[in-house]
Design a protein around this ligand. Structure first.
Ligand SMILES: [Zn+2]
Ligand SMILES: [Zn+2]
Length: 343
């Protein structure tokens, strides 16, 4: 608690990463728009050529989820062809290619997150756990690390820029969960590294990861079931809808996917009985096309070839960046409960 007091008012290192002022929609002209459309089409085309898995996944979800959304809609009148549904379908179709890029990023994040260090430290403890309890303990630990990573992605501005793409959708339904920057997939990388280092098998850890991804997609569905009796124990669409809500009281809440336990423990649980979320999206302006969204978090980081041109200077920048990131993580861990983003 003392730490929490120490971090008020906000430390300077956090302010340093505040995203640039709101952008306005770009005035591209028809040639620019045609170019962006062509480029988006090329990405989708290349992705489907590489693998049709995204297409199949989208098809399966369409068959399974859309009828349920039609019969039990949460937001009545929201059509399947709601605004930007084509953008989210493009993400779904491109997912195999984007995931491939994401996988490389995830491997890097798994290493530099150092989540494997506490994992290695826990290895002797995990070795003592009876085999039949391993899946339960592993699941809780996976969820714990995912909770914190997700929280960092929201509360640290430079990481938020990646995750903001996922949150930019203003309509939640069967396909909206696909909209995510490929680097957003790095969200589960630290949990993966942690569990493997702690001695859990890659099979079971992979199962947790797949479960998290599939469940994540389903939690966006536009369905009205509240499942209130499950609220204290399980993540429901309502819980994730609140997570996507852009209403002030819901910002920085409900980071858990499968279970609300860690939100309850760390004070980010928000499930009012008498209210349901109605407004989704983010405050900042994010261009509604895939090309701009893929570039969105990378804006302002400078020329990547500078690493070759000025290796030492880049290293210094890298270390400073890393140091600031650690400081901000500390800030996030010890911030007062119930705190909202500084304006
Ligand atoms: Zn989120
Ligand atoms: Zn989501």
């Amino acid at each position: 608690m003392e730490e929490a007091i120490q971090f008020e008012p906000l430390p300077a290192e956090r302010v340093e990463y505040t995203p640039p002022p709101q952008q306005e929609a770009k005035d591209r002209g028809w040639l620019g728009i045609a170019f962006i459309r062509l480029l988006s089409l090329a990405i989708v085309g290349a992705a489907v050529y590489y693998s049709t898995e995204g297409l199949v996944a989208m098809f399966v979800l369409f068959i399974l989820v859309v009828p349920v959304e039609k019969i039990f809609p949460r937001h009545r009148g929201q059509k399947v062809r709601r605004p930007l549904y084509k953008l989210d379908m493009s993400y779904a179709m491109s997912s195999p290619l984007l995931n491939l890029i994401g996988l490389i990023a995830a491997a890097i994040v798994a290493i530099i997150s150092f989540a494997w260090v506490p994992g290695l430290m826990m290895r002797p403890v995990v070795a003592q756990i009876p085999t039949e309890w391993l899946p339960v303990v592993g699941f809780l630990l996976f969820d714990f690390v995912s909770y914190w990573t997700h929280r960092f992605y929201h509360e640290i501005p430079i990481l938020w820029k990646f995750h903001a793409v996922h949150h930019s959708t203003e309509h939640l339904d069967w396909v909206s969960g696909f909209r995510a920057h490929p680097f957003d997939g790095t969200l589960i990388a630290p949990a993966f590294a942690f569990l493997i280092a702690a001695g859990f098998s890659p099979e079971i850890t992979g199962l947790f990861a797949i479960f998290q991804i599939v469940l994540g997609l389903l939690l966006h569905a536009n369905v009205k079931f509240r499942l209130r009796w499950l609220h204290p124990f399980l993540g429901t669409p309502e819980m994730h809808h609140w997570h996507h809500s852009n209403e002030e009281e819901a910002i920085w809440t409900n980071y858990g996917a499968a279970i609300p336990l860690w939100d309850q423990v760390f004070g980010t649980y928000y499930m009012p009985k008498d209210k349901r979320p109605s407004v989704y999206g983010v405050d900042e302006y994010i261009e509604p096309n895939m090309v701009d969204q893929l570039m969105y978090p990378l804006k302002g980081i400078g020329n990547p070839f500078n690493i070759i041109r000025h290796p030492f200077r880049s290293m210094k920048v890298g270390i400073k960046f890393y140091w600031n990131l650690m400081k901000q993580m500390k800030w996030v861990i010890f911030r007062p409960r119930g705190m909202k983003p500084p304006m």
